[in-house]
Design a protein around this ligand. Structure first.
Ligand code: NOJ
Length: 742
């Protein structure tokens, strides 16, 4: 009885206590804001960059910047990390500035901190959100140990155009997979149960539709319909928000004539009013003053006015808020309440991090020594890297290689390369930490195996005296040839747009020369985007897509080549045959004249098939899987009903393996046209040799819903197709009917 009474009292008091705590944070913020000058408020909304070098983990800050901290002119730094410098600057902020408000340290922790993980596009190829979450947790632990509070990740921009180099930083072309990955990454960075000193704040970016850049050209104009904004580009942002993401970053691009940083509809109407976001929005690097070049404002002052009233709270590197906000308020051009609201959002996040209780909670030299680049983190990076690899072809089962193979010719500019496997945005990743493909293979192959390694050519510019003879001779003398070809890391990532998606430089010619010998050829690709490789697809015996795998590159690739790991990755993006097909993606619209090869007047090219070389969701394994007995729990449901979809998947080989079982739908007739297929579920399952598992999915109203003509989110009656299979084009198929709920 006593226990019951105590529990009742606690149950009653606890919420009051929580409420009181919440109120008191807001009150503390109020009491700070009333005491702040306009200059100090503008300071809280201003972020500047420190300098850093890649070798030491401590970055540099100028004397002028220290003075700015003392004068309350900085709310946040980016690119300042390392326990010594972050502690020192934080001390100036809390002890020497008038208001004593702690600084917030942001950094681009895009795929690992020092322990560089695979690029995000590669991680998405795992179709394994739990492992991706773990990867981000490791990154967060390392970053936090170096004094970082906040990462500018995840990047969730849907990208259907591989010319755009930033496709490397996201999860590919699909809003559903993109949303699953967005959630996993936010939970990985921020933790499941609230922030600790081993988790960091996430910042979902680039809001919005940055991946829709015309021609795939970086920073370019985006002109999309409201429908594609809602259906294609916004879902991963909403998923990140639902997972509790603390901050958003506005994108560089305009949408329908309005740059995102000054776009009130995006930043306030949708984000705050419709979605209820309570955190803050940071601009992208100088995207506030860049609104002049966009031609939407004439001066920096006007840019500041447009940005703050649209809902951009923090000015990254523009210096515009610091210079102009106080005067804009004094002149009555911006209300002080607008500025206060932005300051409140920034301070709220600082409270949320616990910085007012302990401003040094992330600056810990001991953690920095023990938690960064340790054995456990390297093991996590290797596990993530091998799960990120996609096997594109395995003719005559040339893979896996036998460990007692007598000789290997390892050819290509990336075969023994330590810089490029880190990929774009590796930041503090060190080439000296990278295990090259050569090293990885040496560690696995029998000591008696003869490995002849030669570059053959450079990634881009080969010498005028280019000579494939050595490579050809190496191939002639070997049992198998492994060619490691692809892009350099700076060919993708920010400002890494390409107009041509072929293997750069002389690499394809080298490949042709080597293939002409007639030895089995395994092509290992390193690249930050889909490449156009139709010749290689026809002529190589096996193709392994490794993207950029980070510090454990060589080990992960060797694990796959020799069968210590059975590949299980699937493409998160379609591979075009030629660049002229771009954009090519699986969830396209039918048109009134769907492609028909026997009739000219249909929607297709006359010189290339309409299909991609490798479709979304595609990827092989050393096991083979068969799909049977697709069944639906009901053939007719009401608009609020649920259909259970089941299928039997069998590992029909004699090797244990993993398969990503994918479920797609098609709403056959809608009040607006619907894509020919939309991913609505997937499960990655392990199957022992010969084993069968029954896999079940539930299709709920939200999976069937769409924006109707009035842009209302509804389930429309009508028939739906269901497809289940191993990729987006190879499926079993069934159908059911949705009827209006009575
Ligand atoms: C510009 C990039 O667009 C953005 O993704 C990044 O977070 C910032 N620079 C900060 O480095």
């Amino acid at each position: 009885m006593k226990i019951l009474f105590t529990s009742l009292v606690l149950a009653f008091i606890a919420p009051l206590f929580l409420f009181a705590q919440k109120v008191s944070t807001e009150q503390q913020i109020d009491s700070l804001i009333v005491r702040m000058t306009l200059e100090e408020k503008a300071g809280q909304l201003s972020q500047f960059s420190g300098g850093w070098n890649n070798v030491s983990t401590n970055s540099t800050v100028t004397a002028e910047q220290r003075t700015m901290v003392k004068e309350g002119k900085v709310g946040s730094f980016l690119n300042v990390f390392g326990s010594t410098i972050t502690r020192e600057l934080q001390r100036i902020a809390v002890e020497e500035s008038r208001m004593g408000i702690p600084l917030l340290y942001g950094f681009d922790v895009i795929h690992g901190f020092r322990t560089t993980f695979p690029i995000p596009l590669a991680e998405a190829s795992s179709w394994d959100p739990d492992v991706v979450e773990q990867a981000e947790r490791t990154a967060a632990i390392e970053a936090a140990a170096a004094g970082i509070h906040w990462t500018f990740a995840p990047m969730v921009d849907i990208a259907r155009d591989p010319r755009w180099g930033r496709i490397a930083e996201g999860s590919g072309e699909d809003p559903y997979l993109g949303s699953v990955m967005a959630r996993a990454r936010v939970k990985g960075f921020q933790g499941e149960n609230g922030l600790t000193d081993k988790t960091i704040l996430a910042c979902v970016k680039h809001y919005a539709a940055y991946g829709g850049a015309e021609g795939g050209r970086e920073y370019n104009t985006v002109d999309i319909s409201d429908r594609s904004l809602r259906e294609t580009y916004l879902p991963p942002f909403k998923a990140a928000l639902d997972a509790g993401v603390a901050t958003f970053m506005s994108s560089f691009n305009e949408i329908a004539g309005v740059p995102s940083t000054g776009n009130r509809r995006l930043l306030t109407d949708i984000l705050r009013h419709e979605w209820g976001f309570k955190g803050f929005v940071v601009s992208d690097w100088t995207s506030i003053p860049e609104m002049r070049a966009h031609g939407i404002v004439a001066t920096d002052e006007e840019a500041g006015m447009l940005a703050i009233t649209a809902g951009t709270d923090m000015d990254m590197m523009g210096g515009v808020y610091l210079r102009y906000l106080p005067a804009l308020v004094r002149e009555g051009k911006v209300s002080e309440q607008t500025v206060d609201e932005a300051v409140r959002r920034v301070l709220r996040v600082k409270f949320q991090l616990g910085l007012f209780d302990n401003p040094y909670r992330f600056c810990n030299a001991e953690d920095e020594r023990t938690l960064i680049y340790n054995d456990a983190n390297r093991a996590a990076a290797r596990a993530m890297a091998r799960r990120s690899i996609v096997l594109l072809k395995n003719g005559k089962n040339v893979l896996p290689l036998k460990k007692d193979i007598r000789s290997i010719a390892l050819i290509g500019p990336l075969a023994d390369d330590r810089e490029n496997p880190l990929g774009p945005w590796a930041q503090v990743g060190r080439p000296s930490d990278v295990v090259t493909v050569l090293e990885g293979i040496k560690a696995v192959a029998a000591p008696s195996c003869k490995i002849i390694n030669t570059r053959g050519c450079e990634i881009v510019d080969s010498l005028p005296t280019r000579d494939f003879n050595e490579a050809v001779a190496a191939a002639k003398g070997a049992d198998v040839v492994i060619m490691v070809l692809g892009e350099s890391s700076n060919m993708s990532g920010e400002a890494g747009s390409r107009s041509n998606l072929d293997l750069p430089g002389d690499q394809e010619e080298l490949l042709r020369a080597v293939c002409a010998i007639g030895k089995p050829v395994v092509l290992v690709l390193m690249n930050g985007r889909p490449l156009t490789i139709p010749w290689a697809a026809d002529h190589c015996d096996a193709i392994v897509e490794s993207w950029f795998l980070g510090v454990q590159t060589g080990n992960a690739i060797a694990d796959v080549l020799f069968g210590d790991y059975n590949p299980s990755g699937k493409l998160p993006v379609s591979f075009p045959r030629v660049v002229g097909q771009v954009p090519v993606y699986y969830n396209y619209k039918s048109t009134g004249r769907p492609a028909n090869s026997s009739y000219r007047f249909t929607s297709k090219y006359i010189d290339v098939p309409s299909t991609p070389l490798y479709p979304f969701g595609y990827g092989l394994s050393y096991s083979t899987f068969s799909y049977k007995d697709l069944a639906l729990s009901s053939k007719k449901i009401a608009t609020d009903g649920i259909v259970r979809v089941t299928v039997n998947v069998t590992n029909s080989s004699n090797r244990d393996g993993e398969e990503v079982v994918q479920m797609y739908i098609q709403d056959e007739v809608g009040s607006v046209t619907r894509p020919v297929k939309e991913l609505r579920g997937f499960k990655k399952i392990a199957l022992k040799a010969g084993e069968t598992k029954r896999v079940e999915f539930a299709l709920e109203p939200n999976d069937l819903a769409m924006y109707n003509r009035e842009m209302k989110w509804v389930v429309e009656p009508g028939s739906f197709k269901v497809f289940v299979g191993t990729n987006s084009s190879d499926n079993l198929e069934d159908e059911f009917e949705v009827v209006q709920k009575q």
